[in-house]
Design a protein around this ligand. Structure first.
Ligand SMILES: Cc1cc2nc3c(=O)[nH]c(=O)nc-3n(C[C@H](O)[C@H](O)[C@H](O)COP(=O)(O)OP(=O)(O)OC[C@H]3O[C@@H](n4cnc5c(N)ncnc54)[C@H](O)[C@@H]3O)c2cc1C
Length: 491
């Protein structure tokens, strides 16, 4: 089948979704395609979730420009879309006089980049602010404008709002070839052809490959994995703020941070890998994370660790983002090499690309732009009176499917019915938190699968954890008992 739109965005990560939402204000048709089964299947689902203030990026770079602007936009974007965000602040801690010099350089950079409120603090203020810090920490850069956000919930909300304004999303669609023609571009996937006047490369780990295919200019990307521990919410948060150590050339180092949902996050390390899809965790990587985290928080224990995960950074050799028109290829735009602080920068990158693309197309703003739908408040967050009311309106709230995180059947059905709704167990998990708790879905996954099957009309045998071959069920008992009736393959 052939699909035609004015604009085709490749990649439904936070940058592709922010771009789609910003473009949906204009009079042009927009399609987003992604090789994954859902929004946020790349780096956007596995990162630290920090809205960096902008003290780390080298002044004059695109990283610095988009980070500071994106961080300024983030509170309003999150408020409008109902995404969890907390401007909890951050400390970058130092142990030695050399570290103090490093902190002074970060302070200077931050001031040059336009970050407000930065200052260096020492004892006793440092340990009064964060009493659980390693007593050997002597100095810190205090960053009051740093925040935390749920990265994939941000992407889901951006995608929903874009879809409400006419953007279509197509999953399981990896680009295989891209060619330029007189009127634009043709993108081929395994099953379909996409025609567009404007092509926007938001392909994360594949963005250098796509850049090269479009421009003929080689672009070297290094895929750099970072691994994490996520501790149970039963662990009392040791710090109010995100705590970093002095950064290195490999990144911002191992942090200890609260998350917007009340967990504690430790990580990431930084290791260059060959395969951008290799999101394994390793004993060596996790041991490194733990040893670094212990230097920040001597009392750390992983007894209540509930999961480990990793994400892959899309690091360009030039160490900066590529954002804007692809040189020498009219109609092609890109956001390539969007590693950290890409999450923080996404609203600003999306807005900039949309303005540039609308100007290229000569597209005016729409007269009617549909405001974001308020997300339904999860049952667990309602007051007892509001819970009674919710239950009267929808008895499916009376069925608690995920006991760890208190997620009701009605919460799950609402997540599947969103404009870009969940179609997999992990899609439900990231939208509702069903399966995010201590048992990590051990109890609720089968029930979630049954609800997905009911809502989407597919067989439970075809429900996957996360797309592809990740089916939950191998077959039915009936088919197992009667292999001669042709059910063996599902047995
Ligand atoms: C370990 C780690 C920690 C980080 N911490 C932070 C942080 O605290 N704060 C911060 O600001 N940033 C952080 N980042 C960076 C941030 O996660 C990224 O910058 C951001 O998620 C990039 O978004 P994106 O949309 O460009 O890429 P992605 O989220 O990777 O999206 C790209 C999309 O393109 C799709 N795609 C790829 N190839 C193809 C293809 N061939 N065909 C079709 N689709 C394709 C993928 O499936 C994916 O959905 C971190 C990153 C990592 C890995």
């Amino acid at each position: 089948m052939v699909f035609t739109s004015d604009v085709l965005i490749i990649g439904a990560g936070v940058v592709g979704c922010a771009t789609a939402r910003a473009l949906s204000r204009y009079q042009c048709s927009v399609t987003v395609l992604d090789r994954g089964c859902d929004v946020a299947e790349g780096a956007t689902k596995a990162n630290s979730g920090i809205v960096h203030a902008g003290y780390d990026a080298v002044p004059g770079t695109k990283k610095a420009f988009y980070n500071v602007r994106g961080a300024e936009m983030m509170p309003e974007v999150c408020r409008t879309l109902g995404v969890p965000y907390d401007q909890c602040g951050a400390l970058v801690i130092g142990f030695s006089p050399e570290d103090r010099d490093h902190l002074a350089r970060l302070l200077d950079r931050g001031v040059t980049n336009g970050v407000s409120g930065l200052r260096i603090i020492e004892d006793p203020e440092l340990h009064e602010l964060e009493p659980n810090l390693n007593p050997e920490a002597k100095y810190a850069l205090l960053v009051p404008t740093s925040g935390i956000v749920s990265p994939y919930e941000l992407a889901f909300a951006l995608a929903d709002h874009a879809a409400l304004n006419g953007v279509s999303f197509r999953f399981h669609e990896a680009y295989l070839s891209v060619s330029q023609e007189a009127e634009g571009f043709i993108v081929q996937t395994r099953d379909h052809l996409y025609h567009c006047r404007v092509l926007i490369n938001c392909a994360g780990a594949s963005s250098a490959d796509l850049h090269t295919r479009l421009s003929g200019e080689p672009l070297k990307m290094i895929h750099r994995r970072g691994q994490y521990y996520l501790l149970d919410r039963a662990v009392a948060a040791p710090f109010k703020r995100t705590i970093f150590q002095c950064p290195s050339v490999m990144g911002k180092g191992v942090l200890v941070s609260p998350t917007v949902h009340g967990n504690v996050l430790l990580g990431p390390n930084a290791e260059d890998i060959g395969d951008p899809l290799d999101t394994a965790t390793t004993q060596e990587g996790l041991d490194f994370v733990l040893s670094k985290a212990r230097r920040t928080w001597p009392g750390v224990s992983t007894r209540l660790n509930i999961t480990n995960f990793s994400g892959v950074r899309a690091h360009l050799e030039g160490d900066d983002f590529l954002v804007g028109p692809v040189a020498g290829v009219p109609g092609a735009f890109e956001a390539a090499g969007i590693e950290s602080p890409g999450l923080s920068s996404a609203p600003a990158i999306g807005q900039d690309l949309a303005v540039q693309v609308a100007a290229f197309l000569g597209a005016a703003e729409k007269e009617a732009f549909v405001p974001a739908l308020p997300l339904p408040t999860p049952f667990r967050e309602l007051s007892p009176e509001a819970q009674r009311e919710a239950l009267r309106n929808d008895p499916a709230h009376g069925n608690i499917v995920c006991r760890c995180e208190v997620v009701t059947e009605a919460d799950i059905r609402a997540a599947i019915r969103r404009p870009v709704g969940a179609t997999t167990i992990d899609g439900v998990k990231r939208r509702t938190r069903a399966g995010m708790g201590r048992c990590q879905g051990g109890f609720c996954s089968p029930r979630v699968a049954a609800i997905i099957a009911e809502e989407t009309g597919i067989s439970m045998l075809d429900v996957t954890k996360d797309g592809g071959d990740s089916r939950l069920l191998a077959g039915t008992v009936e088919a197992f008992l009667n292999p001669e009736e042709g059910g063996a393959e599902h047995a």
